[in-house]
Design a protein around this ligand. Structure first.
Ligand SMILES: [Zn+2]
Length: 388
């Protein structure tokens, strides 16, 4: 099946101007200055009329099985249906387990990644969960990364958090080494992805892993670093002094989440600090629960983080005047490169046809995942198996 997208203002993420994009099957076949001559060939043509065409969003921290479970059995979040990703431009996800790595399993997580692939998305996952020793499929982090196709690393190991397993430095050092060597053997990313809590130890362990072991900086990826201002300052120092890339969580804009820095604020502070763009990624934490407590600590409301957070952050940063080509890499090319998701995160010949069309108001018009329109002209045309 050939699809020709005419008059696309392409951001690859770098701006390429007006191009005509040919999609063959699941891949981008080429970008042309003039419409290619396809006389006699069956081709579906869509005229984008100069609208922006950007890479499908890559969300590297998603509770694809549903997360939660921190307020009793009934607080376990159900899986996120397919359309909730594509409606908001997300075409690649990396799933993980969180606090509840007891009733949830790596087997279930891997199966959910395969399910999303069957439904047309691109999906991977992290082995492990909050606890050390980590929940795994094969009994061993290295074997999981080396032998299980969708598994790219280990996450989200909780540190500086009352919900962590209180791992020791030596345990974390061995885990980081396991990820690093498994990445070398498999050619995968082999990243150790940390959940950061509000604990006073902050990023101590991560900094020590760089200073007291030989584990390379690219192996380490702390997230939720914008959950409080002190932690974020520490994260900026970690980037500057230790070369470790940090991941910002796109917490929903909600006063109950204070003192967290919003993702747009955190991104601006990162840019203002003059740090390398390649060391900043953004993720949604979608599927994680968002409990709201009253003044006496009682649960009054249970929300769920949603896959719309990346697009919302992109739109906010655009409204604040930042150029699309500066914003896009944080949620496309950079996480794809960081996690070695080949042929993802860019618009180029040979890359997967994961594409998002934005209108002049920065609203999402269409989403293509692996060469197939999931959203077209504002209509959700592909839904998950149980969404009808
Ligand atoms: Zn987390």
């Amino acid at each position: 099946m050939l699809r020709l997208l005419l008059n696309a203002r392409v951001f690859a993420p770098e701006p390429l101007g007006l191009r005509h994009v040919l999609v063959a099957g699941e891949q981008i076949a080429g970008l042309f200055d003039a419409p290619p001559d396809l006389a006699g060939v069956a081709v579906e043509t869509t005229d984008l009329e100069g609208r922006a065409l950007v890479p499908g969003l890559v969300d590297a921290h998603v509770h694809i099985t549903g997360g939660g479970g921190e307020a009793g059995y009934a607080s376990s979040v159900p899986p996120i249906p397919l359309s909730h990703y594509t409606a908001h431009g997300v075409t690649s996800v990396v799933g993980l387990l969180g606090t509840d790595d007891v009733t949830r399993s790596t087997e279930n997580l891997v199966a959910r990644a395969y399910a999303l692939r069957q439904e047309g998305l691109s999906a991977w996952c992290w082995t492990g969960g909050y606890a050390v020793p980590p929940r795994t499929l094969s009994g061993d982090v290295r074997r999981d990364i080396v032998f299980v196709d969708p598994i790219v690393g280990c996450a989200e190991i909780a540190i500086s958090d009352h919900r962590s397993s209180q791992p020791t430095f030596d345990e974390l050092a061995r885990l980081a080494a396991a990820c690093h060597t498994a990445g070398m053997i498999s050619g995968k990313a082999g990243v150790l992805h940390f959940h950061l809590g509000d604990g006073a130890r902050g990023l101590d362990f991560v900094r020590r892993l760089r200073r007291d072991t030989e584990v390379p900086a690219r192996t380490l990826m702390p997230t939720h670093v914008n959950r409080n201002p002190d932690l974020f300052d520490e994260a900026l120092r970690l980037v500057r002094e230790d070369g470790v890339g940090v991941d910002v969580t796109a917490f929903p804009d909600d006063e109950h989440l204070a003192p967290a820095l919003s993702a747009p604020d955190a991104v601006e502070r990162f840019w203002n600090a003059g740090l390398p763009d390649a060391l900043l990624t953004l993720t949604s934490d979608a599927g994680g629960s968002l409990p709201t407590f009253d003044a006496t600590g009682n649960l009054v409301k249970m929300g769920v983080a949603a896959p719309d957070a990346l697009l919302a952050t992109l739109q906010t940063l655009l409204r604040r005047g930042h150029p699309l080509e500066r914003i896009l890499p944080t949620m496309t090319a950079t996480p794809a490169a960081r996690l070695r998701l080949h042929a993802k995160g860019r618009i180029a010949a040979g890359y997967d046809a994961d594409l998002v069309v934005l209108d002049d108001d920065d609203a999402l018009v269409s989403t293509m995942a692996r060469g197939r329109w999931h959203v077209l002209d504002g209509q959700q045309i592909v839904r998950g198996t149980f969404e009808h």
